[in-house]
Design a protein around this ligand. Structure first.
Ligand code: NAD
Length: 334
């Protein structure tokens, strides 16, 4: 594979992806972009990268860049990703891929007309713990999964009050809950219908455009049901609460170890698979970088390609519309 130049937009999570790119032999050079000059300079100094720009459109015009990482605020992902794809570049797009289904469809169209790859950084699929659980389910050890819980619980009050999330976030399900929605889809199956309520637990309308807590009931095409809470203001340590109820066993994600109950036994078996990516040397947010470069090198679909990303957005979109209408909403095909 010819070495590839990488442009990274956004020096928050983008800074945390950088070690993954810098450590990979398939990457020739990395260019950094942020429209906050102080943050850009501080990151460039720290990473010892001199090639920087404050204008993301500069990256799109450069022939020496073949991959753009879009790690900007959520509401900019669609515009930046579509521009990069239309300039013939592969894209690593931070979650949530898009604000809603309309944007997700625009991104699918851009992937199809460019023939380039877009991967969404739904990092939980790269956690050893969840890869282990996925295998457990696929091997039939838990039997049929008939019920689940997938809650994204995180106290992000300081981020919501002090940055772009408060004024711009479409819904907390799309903004944060999408991590668990993607995990449920990956492990349990496709979601058919969503019924969701939202409430303002802590943040006022002046502080945040969208309520900080949403609770949904999901029905899957295979008949399973699930509950999914997104709570971005929880005054407790963060957890990706995943519980799977199968006909032959139950898995509960806990810290530091998960728990497994087999059959009728109420004796807990510890699940010690790491609650983090296998390759932590590249940082939490850079774990998927090698996978995307592999899929470019071998022309394979990445694990969370544009269609997978869009299906998770479609579930969040149905949850949001249900929270507004008070009615169950079918999940649309992207
Ligand atoms: N995969 C994960 O686990 C994970 C975790 C946290 C955040 N995220 C996602 O990553 C994205 C970034 O989040 P963050 O926490 O790093 O936010 P952040 O605010 O810390 O960083 C975003 C950066 O983008 C820059 N920016 C904003 N507009 C820009 C523009 N027009 N051109 C260039 N730069 C611009 C800002 O100056 C800022 O430095 C979000 O979409 C977020 O949802 C993903």
């Amino acid at each position: 594979m010819e070495r590839i130049g990488v442009g990274i937009i956004g020096m928050g999570v983008g800074r945390r992806q950088a070690p993954g790119f810098l450590a990979d032999d398939r990457v020739s050079h990395v260019v950094l972009c942020d429209n906050d000059p102080e943050r850009l300079k501080a990151t460039a100094d720290e990473l010892e990268i001199s090639d920087t720009t404050a204008d993301w459109r500069d990256l799109m015009a450069r022939d020496d860049l073949g991959l753009i990482s879009v790690a900007s605020p959520d509401h900019l992902h669609c515009e930046m990703s579509v521009a990069a794809l239309d300039m013939g570049k592969h894209v690593l797009c931070e979650k949530p891929m898009a604000m809603d289904l309309v944007e997700a469809r625009q991104m699918i169209a851009a992937v199809e007309r460019s023939g380039k790859k877009l991967m969404v950084n739904n990092i939980l699929r790269f956690f050893e713990r969840f890869q282990y659980v996925k295998q457990l389910v696929e091997s039939g050890e838990l039997g049929e999964i008939y019920a689940a819980e997938g809650d994204y619980i995180h106290n992000t009050l300081h981020l919501i009050r002090n940055g772009w999330r408060g004024p711009h976030r479409h819904s907390v399900a799309t903004g944060g809950g999408v991590h668990l929605i993607d995990l449920l889809r990956w492990i349990v199956g496709e979601v058919d219908e969503a019924f969701c309520y939202a409430t303002r637990g802590i943040l006022s309308k002046e502080e945040a455009k969208s309520p900080d807590c949403m609770v949904a009931v999901l029905r899957f095409k295979n008949g399973a049901v699930a509950k999914s809470m997104t709570n971005m203001a929880a005054q407790r340590p963060a957890i990706h609460n995943l519980i799977l109820y199968g006909t032959k066993g139950v898995f509960i994600n806990r810290k530091p170890d998960g728990i497994l109950y087999r059959g009728e036994s109420s004796e807990a078996e510890l699940v010690t698979a790491k609650y983090a990516p296998a390759d932590t040397g590249k940082g939490l947010k850079g774990a998927a970088v090698g996978h995307l470069l592999d899929s470019i090198e071998h022309d394979n679909q990445p694990l969370v390609d544009v269609y997978e990303g869009a299906r998770s957005i479609a579930v969040c979109d149905a949850m949001y519309r249900s929270s507004v209408s008070g009615q169950p909403v079918p999940v649309e095909e992207p």
